[in-house]
Every structure is written in C-alpha cells, then in structure tokens.
Write a protein that binds this ligand. Structure first.
Ligand code: FES
Ligand code: FES
Length: 160
C-alpha cells in the first residue's frame, strides 16, 4: 500500500505492507530506533509516540491507518541541541536506570502534560500508569514529569 505520513515534521511517501505496525515502520523501515519495542502487545508503553498529538502504543497501530497523519517520536522532540523540557527534567531528576523505557516515558509525559493530567502527584501517576519501568524508577520519573509540567504549564495546571 502507498501512504503519506508526516513524521517529526518530515513528509514521507511510504510503501508498506498491510500488516506492518507503526512501531516496525519506525524502527525497521525508517531506522528511527529511539522508539523501543518492549512487549509488542500494548502492555508496557515502551513504544509510546504521539499520533496527531495523542499518545498511542505504536505496536498496536497499523501503519495502513496513518495516511495523512502526523507522528511525533522521541527523535523529533528536541529543537536542535536544545532539549525539550521533559527530556531535560529526566536528566535533572535522574529518572532512568537502564533507559529502555525512557523514550516511551518521555513521550507519554509530553502527552500527559498537554492533556492537563498533572494537577497532583496521584493524577500524574494514574495517567502515566501505562508506562512500565522494570528498573522501578517511578519516584524519579514522577518528579521529572511534575517539574516539567510546572515549567511548561506554570502554577495553574502544573503538578504541585
Ligand atoms: Fe508497545 Fe510494549 S512495545 S506497549
Ligand atoms: Fe530501566 Fe525504566 S529505566 S526500564
């Protein structure tokens, strides 16, 4: 099948198989390997990307449904050498150990903050709960997301 999709502000004309997932399109066809394959069945969140601004598990999205869509991955988050506030917050708060879940956590956090689900720590944790961390860095991840939310949204809708 032929589709056109925009990934990280770059337009792609893609020739894809009907059973190809967005995750395999990114990793295998476009070599955008920042998006990780963990469970490959929608359980871990390692493959989280933004699809038209909304969080999705890329392993559960068929590439055939992406014609005309906009996808943002971890590779499209920084502006040149300037990290996105969520990326910087993960560094500042030491919010990873092995790092395998980190790109999914960061993309999910970007979506979570934009959705406004960071008003307190309990809400933030609930709305980030689809992203698992085998290293159990959850306290640092929560702190990083809260700090980034405060920076991006200010006192009103940021986490306290
Ligand atoms: Fe997609 Fe685990 S790899 S949810
Ligand atoms: Fe290792 Fe999260 S940092 S799985």
């Amino acid at each position: 099948m032929q589709i056109q999709a925009t990934i990280n502000e770059v337009s792609y004309a893609l020739d894809i198989g009907s059973g190809l997932t967005l995750l395999d399109l990114l990793r295998e066809q476009l070599q955008l390997t920042g998006t990780k394959k963990g469970c490959n069945r929608g359980e871990c969140g390692a493959c989280t990307v933004l699809l038209d601004g909304r969080r999705v598990n890329a392993c559960l999205v068929l590439a055939a449904t992406l014609d005309g869509k906009h996808i943002q991955t971890i590779e499209g988050l920084a502006e040149g050498t300037k990290l996105h506030p969520v990326q910087q917050a993960f560094i500042d708060h030491d919010a990873f150990q092995c790092g395998f879940c980190t790109s999914g956590q960061i993309m999910s956090a970007v979506g979570c903050i934009a959705e406004g689900h960071t008003r307190d720590n309990a809400e933030l944790r609930e709305w980030m709960s689809g992203n698992l961390c085998r290293c159990s860095a959850y306290p640092q991840i929560s702190a990083a997301v809260a700090a980034a939310a405060l920076q991006i949204k200010g006192g009103k809708n940021g986490a306290v």
